[in-house]
Design a protein around this ligand. Structure first.
Ligand code: HEM
Length: 432
């Protein structure tokens, strides 16, 4: 009896010791794997790979969701004494840069030294040949078609009236209600996707005689051998365009609503600018391209300042396709490269009192490499002109037709910009 108890106790102890030893061996194995697999070339910038497997991803997420998401990069710049350093994100060794000159070099050398690098899950979601994850000739073709369509002339002719109609209709429902701006923006989004599906079906049945929109332009495009872009790739790209614009522009609009509410002087000046435009029109007359380009100076300053502070795209993902050196910084082949714009947009030397919403700072010219909310180089945002136009038209109808009161809320910056309580505001029609 005593002997069997002793044997059972011994077995239990041996089991525990076994588990502990297996745990230690496992950890050692992981650590060795980590050290061996992530052998860091001597020339790589200083920095840390953080914890095995997760690296510093968790810290990036924690700081990203805090009220000061810029601290992640600030701390590392202070620790390593330079704005370009090694970290480890999403399972990969990464060189992160908050140096504007280095960021410009990375963006300009897309396809030569660096390529866009989305995780496999996102690539699957976007689908084959979608602009955001395709590269080489097909990328150039699609990017050029989209850019040449969303150029100012086409915007002037077709897009402005459509954008104005959608915004006017959406705002009409706001009157006298407490609206959650974030939700309202998403419901607009869903309507657009349904409309798009219908248009694609219709256009397939009955091709257009003249190119009115991006779909026509993509359907008509052919390479030097006369090869058309396959239908499946066209569909993926149209959906990709929706995806690229569906979060970013509405988020920027929402944040503009918050910033101008919190800065009454800016709201007054914005109202004045838009009243002046309305004064020259009959009551329901539409905005014109001339109004947008020549009569909205302060509106453009408000948009710039909003995007500077909010950063709908705080940085972009790249991968080094070969060993590269620039400005003394080394980017090892195969590593992720992460040009990060948020901290550049908060550089005190360029933007005094950087955390304050101050649209008047845009009265002076700011060097372009210090302001890249739309990225740069061959992958520069294909929808930037459209995004700015949408925000301007939205602000026009908002400030000329309504006053509003904010309820408590705060911005969350990660993974995408959003509001903790979906930004509730109570809207009242303006009596004029
Ligand atoms: C405030 C709003 C927006 C911001 C801040 C923004 C920002 C960006 C950024 C930073 C990139 C570069 C990505 C990279 O380099 O990897 C990008 C790419 C892109 N954006 Fe936007 N975007 C906005 C609105 C829009 C809209 C409204 C559309 C279209 C309807 C759009 C379509 C695209 C497309 C198609 C690309 C991929 C370009 C390429 O890879 O060649 N964006 N955007």
């Amino acid at each position: 009896m005593l002997l069997s108890k002793f044997v059972r106790l011994l077995m239990a102890v041996l089991q525990i010791v076994g588990v502990v030893i297996a745990g230690i061996v496992g950890c050692l194995w992981l650590a060795m794997l980590w050290a061996g697999q992530l052998h860091r070339p001597k020339r790589a910038p200083p920095g840390s790979f953080g914890l095995p497997i997760i690296g510093e991803t968790h810290q990036f997420v924690i700081d990203g969701r805090s009220k000061s998401p810029q601290v992640y990069a600030d701390k590392r710049k202070a620790k390593y004494g330079q704005p370009v350093y090694t970290t480890h994100h999403m399972g990969y060794p990464t060189v992160m840069s908050i140096d504007p000159e280095v960021n410009k070099f990375i963006l300009q050398n897309e396809g030569k030294y660096f390529v866009s690098n989305y995780p496999r899950s996102l690539r699957n979601l976007f689908g084959e040949g979608a602009i955001a994850c395709t590269s080489g000739d097909l990328h150039k073709r699609i990017h050029n078609v989209v850019l040449s369509f969303i150029n100012t002339t086409k915007l002037k002719e077709f897009v402005m009236a459509d954008v104005e109609y959608v915004i006017k209709t959406a705002l009409r429902n706001w009157e006298g209600r407490t609206v959650h701006v974030e939700e309202e923006c998403k419901t607009c989004k869903e309507n657009c996707v349904n409309v798009m599906k219908k248009i694609i079906e219709e256009r397939r049945r009955k091709p257009q005689s003249e190119q009115k929109d991006i779909l026509d332009a993509l359907l008509a495009d052919s390479d030097q051998n006369g090869e058309k872009i396959p239908d499946s790739i066209i569909y993926n790209n149209i959906m990709n365009l929706f995806g690229a614009g569906e979060e970013t522009s509405p988020m920027a609009m929402m944040c503009a609503v918050k910033y101008i509410y919190e800065c009454p002087k800016a709201l007054d000046q914005l109202r004045e600018e838009h009243y002046a435009i309305r004064k020259m029109k009959a009551s329901r007359e539409s905005l014109t391209w001339n109004d947008y380009t020549n009569c909205m100076t302060f509106t453009h300053q408000v948009i710039n300042e909003t995007l500077r502070l909010v950063n709908p795209a705080a940085g972009v993902n790249r991968k080094a396709v070969k060993d590269v050196e620039f400005k003394g910084y080394f980017f090892p082949k195969g590593w992720l490269v992460f040009p990060y714009f948020r901290n550049v947009h908060l550089d005190e030397a360029v933007y005094p009192d950087p955390l304050t919403f101050n649209p008047w700072r845009w009265e002076k010219k700011i060097p372009s490499m210090y302001y890249t909310p739309f990225g740069g180089g061959p992958r520069i945002c294909a929808g930037q002109e459209l995004a700015k136009l949408e925000i301007a038209i939205f602000l026009h109808y908002l400030v000329t037709q309504f006053t509003w009161i904010h309820h408590d809320d705060e911005i969350i910056n990660f993974p995408a910009v959003s509001f903790k309580n979906k930004l509730p505001i109570t809207v009242k029609a303006l009596q004029r």
